[in-house]
Design a protein around this ligand. Structure first.
Ligand SMILES: Cc1cc2nc3c(=O)[nH]c(=O)nc-3n(C[C@@H](O)[C@H](O)[C@H](O)COP(=O)(O)OP(=O)(O)OC[C@H]3O[C@@H](n4cnc5c(N)ncnc54)[C@H](O)[C@@H]3O)c2cc1C
Length: 386
């Protein structure tokens, strides 16, 4: 099965929203760096915010593959809006796959019933992108907790109904002994510490914050964050990010193909010089598509076979997905510039590639690719066997 040939009801809904809501507002969202309220309203209306939650619990019961298909479609129209849905859905996936307690199940049902929007506070000012290490800690006080965390970036933090934060399990725990904790809006204070005037993904509205939260202790996930990350958060994050990046690549491909076709019509009988690049573009998009399909299949295998899920081969492949997909996206967009030339360089032409290029740069920095490569190198140095 290829992602390209798949057509589900959800994907149709994504195309409709993309064309009718995300696309018409994308340039304004980008130019003004505003939160795409209309996109998130549309996601709420069609149920995308609760897509991964089971039907019995009030969700759509969609599979991760179906959500990945939705993000491929949305990524074509507005990468910021698609990124917001991806970041939200990563938290939902953790809640679905690791929220086995009654308290977490009750919160999950509320996410579905009230279409809550979930944000992430994984990075920390002191450790930057080293998300498997925390300085802040959960402080228990009877049945409640408090948390004080300096977060360099929380996407749509000011608009979220809850923030999923990582922290040390207790003030005495080691930096890597982390938990994931749900902080709800009516129980936290967010003090903004920086502005978000970034090159790309401008609509994600992602400044830094000091997060001061309190809540019930049963909003701390029982699964150690290390396990939760390797089983769910990391692979789901990389799969959903790669999905919307594939959508961006497909849009760059479509714009450059339209441009080359127009050029070909102007000079019948001769091949425009840029046309050869189309073949390279098609190969790049196919590679990205195959990379994503392979990762989706590997996650399914890991779920069915815990030994494979715990293997270094699986961990490095899921890390490599993010590095390779973000790199391929950048290459594809660069090729699109060579095809479209000045029409792609211009900001207000039908072939403009500026926003896609600026968003594509961010893909390499969301957990810095160099940091991921260092992690992979450490794993590979201790890998045994073939
Ligand atoms: C659009 C966007 C949205 C985001 N949304 C969120 C969000 O909602 N929540 C959230 O928590 N975060 C979010 N982030 C931020 C998160 O992805 C970043 O990883 C984090 O902010 C740290 O970034 P950094 O570049 O400052 O630090 P680092 O990752 O520390 O990178 C800084 C430098 O350190 C280098 N480096 C590489 N490896 C190592 C190493 N092993 N040790 C030390 N240095 C190393 C890197 O190469 C780089 O030069 C978002 C980022 C973007 C771009």
């Amino acid at each position: 099965m290829t992602t390209a040939g798949r057509d589900t009801g959800l994907r149709d809904a994504a195309r409709e929203i993309g064309e009718g809501v995300l696309g018409p507002n994308a340039d304004d969202v980008d130019a003004t760096g505003r939160f795409p309220t209309e996109s998130v309203d549309a996601f709420r209306q069609v149920g995308f915010l609760r897509a991964l939650i089971s039907v019995e619990e009030g969700g759509l019961g969609a599979t991760l593959d179906e959500l990945s298909d939705v993000l491929i479609e949305l990524g074509r129209w507005c990468a910021s809006s698609a990124m917001i849905l991806a970041l939200h859905s990563i938290q939902v996936a953790c809640l679905v796959r690791h929220g086995e307690t009654e308290a977490l199940a009750a919160f999950r049902r509320r996410v579905a019933a009230q279409n809550l929007l979930l944000a992430s506070a994984a990075a920390e000012a002191e450790v930057r992108g080293d998300v498997r290490s925390s300085v802040c800690a959960v402080r228990a006080d009877g049945e409640s907790f408090t948390l004080h965390k300096l977060v360099p970036v929380i996407s749509y933090g000011s608009y979220a109904d809850a923030v999923f934060a990582t922290a040390r399990r207790t003030p005495d725990s080691a930096p890597s002994d982390q938990v994931l904790v749900i902080c709800e809006k009516d129980e936290f204070a967010l003090t903004q510490t920086s502005d978000w005037d970034a090159l790309g993904f401008r609509g994600t509205c992602s400044p830094g914050f000091v997060l001061d939260a309190r809540g019930p202790l049963n909003h701390v996930f029982p699964t150690p964050f290390g396990d939760l990350s390797s089983e769910t958060m990391l692979p789901v994050t990389h799969i959903l990010w790669a999905s919307l990046w594939l959508g961006m690549a497909k849009e760059a491909d479509a714009r450059s193909r339209r441009f080359a076709q127009q050029a070909a019509r102007r000079s019948p009988g001769s091949l425009p010089p840029s046309a050869l690049r189309l073949s390279e573009m098609a190969l790049g998009v196919q590679q990205l598509d195959d990379l994503l399909l392979g990762a989706r299949a590997r996650l399914a295998t890991a779920d069915a076979d815990p030994d494979y899920g715990a293997s270094i081969a699986y961990a490095t492949s899921m890390n490599s997905l993010k590095v390779a997909a973000s790199g391929l996206l950048q290459e594809i967009v660069q090729k699109a510039f060579l095809i479209c030339g000045m029409a792609g360089y211009a900001n207000h032409s039908p072939f403009s590639l500026g926003r896609i290029l600026r968003d594509a740069v961010g893909a390499q920095l969301m957990i810095n690719n160099d940091r991921i490569n260092v992690n992979n190198a450490e794993l590979l140095l201790v890998q045994r066997g073939r």
